[in-house]
Design a protein around this ligand. Sequence first.
Ligand SMILES: [Zn+2]
Length: 452
Amino acid sequence: MNEEVDLKERILGKIFSKDSIFETIKDLCLMGSRFSGTESEKIAQEYMNKYLKDIGIPVINYDFEYQGWIRGECKFSIVSKTKEYSFPAISLVLAPSTNGETIETNIIDGFGGSETELKRIKNSTPGKAVMIHSGDTEEGWLHRRIKYANAYEYGAKVFVFANHNPGQLFPTGSVRSNRIGEIPAIGISKESYEHIKEILRKEDVLTCKIFVSNEIPKLTSKHIIWEIPGKNKDEVIVIGGHYDGHDIAQGATDNAASIAAILEISRLMKEVNYIPERTLRFVAFGVEEFGVVGSTIYVNDSDVADIVGMINLDGLIGHIPKHITCSGIEELLVKVKELKNELLYDPKITNNIISASDNYPYFLKGIPNVCIFGEKPDPRVGRGYGHTSADTFDKISRLDAKISTAFAFVFIDAFSKMKEMPKRLKEAEIIKILQDAKLEDNLRLLEKWPFK
Ligand SMILES: [Zn+2]
């Protein structure tokens, strides 16, 4: 048998013959959230360093500074004509405190928080606490940071972000990237949202009280970087995924499981002495959940001349089938579709552009990049359990852990030995792709538009 095929089949066999991926997922989940600035983040860094050292792979730790944020107390209540109701709530990440005071203001429904929805109520938004749900807007799905920016633009005093999925779960997430937001922002459950809307319907005008105290120190974090040298050492494929999660959860599917997958793949490549066509550079990114902060700093700060492709794994495990997005790059889409026969089963392949994950800084350098994640059965659930306390390891099946890791491995193998990589994009081509996808306005709002 051809030796290369043999090695590939041995790796696939080893993925299925043990539960080591699932064990690593549990290790990463049970050590804590790995949220930036917490003790568990450091434990995760040490864990990855030790894992790789133990299997004989040299590791680089890349340190960087960022705007930190530490969660404090959050109190939220509604004052109706007859009674004061207190509702459980949490602050969103990078949202400011109320400076030791309790904000008292009227609360209104801002629906999905799109431009159209807020424009319609623009006379009532200034100075109010505006409730915006995490579900689809009238114009389709919008990222939370866009909804926050919209609420701020329309004069909201507080952003109240309501989960659209049931289960008494608070949604979290950052409100800005690498800087503190302008107005306090809290997350409430769908059930609280429905309750408040009902009181609002009966009373017409409703007051709320909000108190939040968070700390905002400057902090440092690190990326963990390692390589499997290829036959061609001049061309590098980056395979990345973020290891940080949100402080209220284990961050199992988002994104401990993807990290477990790349550790397992690296371990097995090393074990069977697999030599890829091009060098594979694995990066476990820190501080993604603060708005793709860590990878942006790293990509802008390092020499990317030898990088010919980037594969980002964010939410790889948790759902089947897999969805591969090709960032609006036509040549890449064609070439990825050609790999289909090698991929064990049919993934969904689209030309969607993901700007809220670690592939985006590479895209802005023109590097052909894909993002791979498990496609949820119903897009209306949005993140589902993601960014809530329910994103825990028990939601992941051992079988999915194996199938997804096997899928990632065959994709990495096929992608890295493409005869000719798609060419790097020039700035004008990047701009055209983003404008054609009608993303410019939103990216400017998100401060993710580095062009003039
Ligand atoms: Zn993620």
